[in-house]
Design a protein around this ligand. Structure first.
Ligand code: NAP
Length: 337
C-alpha cells in the first residue's frame, strides 16, 4: 500500500512555512511478525509540535529531519500479525502526519467501542481532554466558589476547561480572539463573561471589567494557555491564594526576542499565588477517572465536542498553521479516512 506522509525538511525559525516540510509517498512493506498495519482515520495538530520542530531540549525529543513527524492519530487496523489486534479494530497512536503505517503492536492502543466517535480520542476523551481535566481539577485543585479565568478559551483544551468548570458550577471568564469565538463561548458553552483579547487595548482593564460584571472580587483559578499579556492580567486580578495551572504559552512559541511581559511577577509572592506548570502525560494515573467522567458528561449532554475539521493530508499543514493564526474553533483535526 502507498501512503503519503509529511516530513520535517528543516527546522523553522519563527513562524513555520510550507517550505520547512515535504510530502513523501511511502510504500508500506509486508508486515513483519508482531506488526500491525493501520489506516489513519483522523489526526490532530498541536501547538506543542512547534517545540518539537526546534532542536532545543524539552520534555519530548525533537522531530527528526527527513522523517515523518509524530502526533496523535486514530485509525483502523487493516492487517495484523499480532494476536492483540484484528482488522477493523479502532486504535490510537502517536503516528499522525501519515495516511497509513506499519508499526509494532506496542505503538498502538486499542480503543474499545464505548459509543464515542473515533475522533473523540483526539479531543475530549484524549490527551486534550486529560490536559483540561488534570489542569483544572488536580493542578488548580478547583474548590467550590472559585472564579475561573481561561485563556485560549475557544481552543481544544480551553473549550473543555470552560465546560468542566461550568458543569461543576463555577463562574467562568473566557478570553479568545474574535467575535465569533467569544459568541460561541457565551452562547453555546454558556460561560459567564467573555473577553475578545484582539479587540481590547488593555487586557488587564478588560479582565477587571469582567470580574466586576460577574460580581466577583478577582479570580481564584487561572488556566493558562497563552502567556504574555494574559498572564499579566491574571496576576493583576488574582485573589490572594489563587492557583494558576500553567498548561501552555502559545503567544511565546514563535517569538525570537526575549519576552517583555509579564512585568508583575512579584505578585506571585505578594498574593501567595501558587503557580504550577504541568504536562498532561505525567498524569496518566487519573486517566480511568477522567475517561469515566468525560464519557458520562458527554452522554448527559454536558460536554460538547468542539471541532474544526480539515479534509485530507494535503491540508494538514494548513491545520497546523491555523493554530497560530486562530483559524480554529475547538480541537483542530484532519480527517484522513
Ligand atoms: P488550541 O487552543 O486549539 O489552538 C491554539 C489557539 O491559541 C488558537 O486557536 C488561538 O486562539 C490561540 N493563539 C495562537 N496564537 C496566539 C497568540 N499569539 N496569542 C494568543 N492566543 C494565540 O490548541 P490546544 O491544542 O488546545 O492547546 C492550547 C494550549 O495548551 C497551548 O498552549 C498548548 O501548548 C497547551 N497544551 C499543553 C499540554 C500540556 O500537557 N501541558 C497539552 C496540550 C496542550 P485565538 O483565536 O483565541 O487567539
Amino acid at each position: 500500500m502507498d501512503a503519503r506522509e509529511i516530513h520535517l525538511k528543516r527546522r523553522p525559525v519563527g513562524m513555520p512555512v510550507a517550505d520547512d516540510f515535504a510530502m513523501v509517498v511511502n510504500s508500506l512493506p509486508e508486515l513483519a511478525e508482531g506488526e500491525v498495519q493501520v489506516r489513519n482515520l483522523w489526526m490532530a495538530v498541536d501547538p506543542a509540535m512547534r517545540g518539537r520542530m526546534s532542536d532545543a531540549k524539552s520534555y519530548v525529543p525533537p522531530f527528526a529531519l527527513d522523517a515523518p513527524m509524530e502526533g496523535p492519530a486514530v485509525g483502523t487496523v487493516v492487517a495484523s500479525r499480532d494476536p492483540g489486534f484484528a482488522p477493523g479494530d479502532i486504535v490510537s497512536s502517536r503516528l499522525g502526519w501519515r495516511e497509513a503505517f506499519n508499526a509494532p503492536a506496542s505503538a498502538l492502543r486499542l480503543r474499545p467501542d464505548t459509543g464515542l466517535p473515533p475522533q473523540a480520542y483526539l479531543g475530549f476523551a484524549g490527551v486534550t481532554g486529560l490536559t483540561a481535566y488534570a489542569g483544572l481539577l488536580k493542578i488548580a485543585a478547583l474548590r467550590p466558589g472559585d472564579v475561573v479565568f481561561v485563556s485560549g478559551a475557544a481552543g481544544g483544551v480551553g473549550s473543555i476547561v470552560c465546560q468542566i468548570a461550568r458543569l461543576k458550577g463555577h463562574k467562568v471568564i473566557a478570553a479568545a480572539g474574535g467575535a465569533q469565538k467569544t459568541a460561541y463561548l457565551r452562547d453555546t458553552l454558556g460561560v459567564d463573561a467573555v473577553i475578545d483579547y484582539k479587540a481590547e487595548p488593555n487586557l488587564t482593564r478588560a479582565l477587571a471589567r469582567e470580574v466586576k460584571a460577574i460580581g466577583a472580587t478577582g479570580i481564584d483559578v487561572y488556566f493558562e494557555n497563552v502567556g504574555g499579556e494574559h498572564l499579566q492580567a491574571a496576576l493583576a486580578l488574582a485573589n490572594p491564594f489563587a492557583r494558576f495551572a500553567i498548561c501552555g504559552m502559545i503567544s511565546q512559541y514563535n517569538v525570537t526576542d526575549a519576552p517583555t511581559v509579564p512585568r508583575n511577577l512579584t505578585l506571585v509572592m505578594v498574593k501567595s499565588i501558587r503557580m504550577e506548570g504541568f504536562i498532561a502525560l505525567n498524569h496518566m494515573d487519573i486517566e480511568p477517572h477522567f475517561l469515566a467522567d468525560v464519557t458520562a458528561w458527554h452522554k448527559a449532554g454536558l460536554l460538547t465536542a468542539t471541532e474544526t475539521v480539515h479534509e485530507g493530508i494535503d491540508h494538514a499543514l494548513d491545520a497546523f498553521f491555523g493554530l497560530f493564526s486562530g483559524a480554529d474553533l475547538g480541537r483542530m483535526l484532519v480527517k484522513l479516512g
